[in-house]
Design a protein around this ligand. Structure first.
Ligand code: NAD
Length: 248
């Protein structure tokens, strides 16, 4: 029997990058997966197809995680499709980098709304069904910069540090109901998000990574898989740093 057989997972922002790798890894371990997306429907469809090829059920659901109404509709779709929810992975995220002096209010708000309020919306939405089941796994994707800081990213860093705080508060609140809440803080991972960085910036970054390479989406998926299964049942409120040793 596979580790997550019979489990249902919802992964936000799962059409590409880290979210896609997480959705595929959960399915490979036996879970049925709701694939949330906000951008390309085709890309989300391709993830669904890949999961179905593994013999698992999958459904794609468009929703903007920053919208509480969208998230409520998404949860209804998950319950209609699968009848329960065991694992929530809050992965959706954006960047709108700018120096502090130049950062526009819209840039600050957009990142806080997606990266922090989006996590709140989704955690709130799964709380009722998970409390009824008296079990659940919530995994929030933070970032190494949420603990280290980063110039040009006050919005993103504030949101990602907020995710670590939200994780701890929710972990304390939900522990008595058998729900664990943990975070994964990736370092710099090869995805569309980091593709935007210049060669010069990437070279400078390598100098700060003890393991001397950028991470792969699968590096993050492996940590999420651990937190989603029974092997992590005595852990809650924690942040696992998967960053090549950047933060230690
Ligand atoms: P990505 O840009 O490749 O993918 C992000 C996904 O989130 C996309 O599918 C996008 O459509 C989706 N998304 C964006 N806004 C959304 C919204 N409002 N509602 C629903 N979905 C939305 O990025 P990635 O590198 O795969 O990042 C995934 C997560 O990992 C993010 O939370 C990011 O902050 C975090 N992270 C990434 C890195 C990295 O180096 N790539 C490092 C640390 C943390």
């Amino acid at each position: 029997m596979q580790k997550l057989e019979g489990k249902v997972a919802l992964v936000t922002g799962a059409s590409r990058g880290i979210g896609r790798a997480i959705a595929l890894a959960l399915a490979e371990a036996g879970a049925d997966v709701a694939v949330n997306y906000a951008g390309s429907e085709n890309a989300a469809g391709a993830v669904v197809q890949a999961i179905e090829t593994m013999g698992r059920k999958a459904v794609k659901i468009r929703a903007d995680v920053a919208s509480a109404a969208d998230v409520e509709d998404m949860m209804k779709r998950v319950m209609e499709s699968f009848g329960k929810i065991d694992i929530l992975v809050n992965n959706a995220g954006i960047t709108r980098d700018n120096l502090l002096m130049r950062m526009k209010e819209e840039e600050f708000d957009a990142v806080i709304n997606t990266n922090l309020k989006g996590v709140f919306n989704c955690v709130k939405a799964v709380t009722r069904p998970m409390m009824k089941q008296r079990s659940g796994r919530i995994i929030n994707i933070s970032s190494v910069v949420g603990v280290l800081g980063n110039p040009g990213q006050v919005n993103y860093v504030a949101a990602k540090a907020g995710v670590i705080g939200l994780t701890k508060a929710a972990a304390r609140e939900l522990a008595s109901r058998g729900i664990t809440v943990n975070a994964v803080a990736p370092g710099f991972i090869e995805t569309d998000m980091t593709d935007k960085l210049s060669g010069e910036t990437k070279d400078a970054l390598l100098g700060q990574i003890p393991l001397s390479r950028l991470g792969k989406p699968e590096d993050i998926a492996h940590a999420v898989l651990f937190l989603a299964g029974d092997d992590s049942s005595y852990m809650t409120g924690q942040t696992i740093h998967v960053d090549g040793g950047m933060y230690m």
